[in-house]
Write a protein that binds this ligand. Structure first.
Ligand code: ATP
Ligand code: MG
Length: 363
């Protein structure tokens, strides 16, 4: 994150599938926002994923890393597609994404799940449960049972196989994710729930102690609570409105962020962010490259546009401009514009393509 300034350097990664077309929409929206709010975004594009494999035979070329690291922030569309599915691992688009996260030190994943009133009737959501839901899951991305050593499958004394992974968190790893969560919570409603399994796991007891220390010392205005993960999974379904910001480890966060996203109802509406200690974050929609509709002007650009709003809020110290952008998205939905993925038969709304949706938000 950088402090507020008049001009920012942004690297855009259009990627694959619907990526380039939704990026065009986002660019037109950002340019309108700059005009209205009087600041500058210097946009430059770089290659990632399948597009980079085709051009330079590398899903995350050094030139792209350079372009990302020297920018104030990075906006990414989506990567992947059938074309590269059979490639060896080092030449898969997804490998580029992993390389990017690792080389940029992106250890925190922010996944908001906000239910938009305008779309409740277009889904199977139960209005009385989800109306007004606005949850942010902050997930630790680089530690936990995914990376703890030792791990593997061995054979025990009886010749039976034994599989094991280790849930490991160091104090430093917990401190830095707690700091991100404290910052996010204070930019939202100041309410933070830390999720662990401290009744059973030692590593969770450390998690709980360290999160408590960091928030108490550094974010005295944040109201911190703790919940066991099994209860949190239940409460998210039972009464999601009790949550604002949640923070948790890698595996619990994997599960809870997917669970929370299903409260919203449409993939085409969900943004996300991955951020590090210092330096630029990467902001991207949760959806994939939707190769089935690529190039047909049918894609929903709103998740990418909402990702740009997160970029403004969490990386560029432009919270007010983020609010304006999010309000513009709600306005076009109020006006009854819908891309195919959020259009219901007989909803009285107007079916529009990616370009028209972007233009409407820009207007
Ligand atoms: P990945 O494996 O990259 O996470 P995925 O296989 O889970 O992606 P997507 O590429 O996200 O899936 O697509 C799933 C379905 O949702 C497809 O039918 C696609 O057309 C649709 N879809 C995804 N994103 C959008 C969008 N922005 N606008 C319209 N439809 C979308
Ligand atoms: Mg897929």
């Amino acid at each position: 994150a950088v402090s507020r300034k008049d001009s920012y350097d942004i690297t855009l990664l259009p990627g694959d599938g619907i990526g380039p077309e939704i990026m065009e929409s986002a660019k037109s929206v950002l340019s309108a926002l700059c005009d209205r709010c009087g600041f500058e975004l210097n946009l430059r594009e770089a290659l990632i994923g399948g597009a980079a494999i085709d051009a330079v035979n590398d899903p995350f070329p050094d030139a792209t890393l350079e372009a990302c690291q020297s920018a104030d922030s990075v906006l990414l569309s989506c990567i992947g597609g059938y074309k590269w599915d059979g490639n060896p691992r080092e030449l898969r688009p997804e490998t580029g994404l992993l390389k990017m996260r690792k080389s940029m030190g992106l250890f925190a994943n922010l996944r908001p799940a906000k239910v938009l009133d305008q779309l409740i009737d277009a889904s199977t959501l139960k209005r009385e449960v989800v109306e007004g839901v606005d949850v942010m899951v902050v997930r630790e991305l680089t530690g936990d049972v995914y990376f703890g050593a030792p791990k593997g499958i061995d054979t025990d004394a009886d010749g039976k196989r034994v599989g094991y992974n280790n849930m490991i968190y160091s104090e430093g790893e917990i401190e830095r994710i707690a700091r991100v969560a404290g910052d996010v919570a204070s930019k939202r409603n100041g309410k933070l729930c830390s999720v662990d399994k401290a009744n059973v796991l030692d590593v969770s007891q450390l998690w709980r102690d360290v999160v408590t220390d960091v928030i108490t010392d550094e974010f005295p205005d944040v109201d911190l609570s703790h919940m066991y993960v099994d209860n949190a999974a239940m409460q998210l379904i039972r009464w999601p409105k009790q949550f604002d910001t949640m923070v948790t480890g890698n595996i619990f966060g994997d599960i809870l962020s997917d669970e929370a996203s299903m409260l919203v109802g449409s993939l085409g509406m969900l943004p996300s962010a991955s951020i590090g200690e210092s330096g630029p974050g990467v902001f991207e929609p949760c959806h994939g490259s939707a190769p089935d509709i690529a190039g047909e002007d049918k894609a929903n650009p709103l998740a990418l546009i909402l990702s740009a709003a997160m970029m403004l809020r969490y990386d560029l110290a432009r919270g007010e401009e983020a609010d304006i952008l999010e309000a513009a998205v709600e306005t076009v939905l109020d006006q009854g514009l819908r891309t195919a993925d959020i259009k219901q038969e007989d909803d009285g709304c107007k079916l529009v393509g990616c370009i028209e949706m972007g233009k409407a938000v820009a207007d």
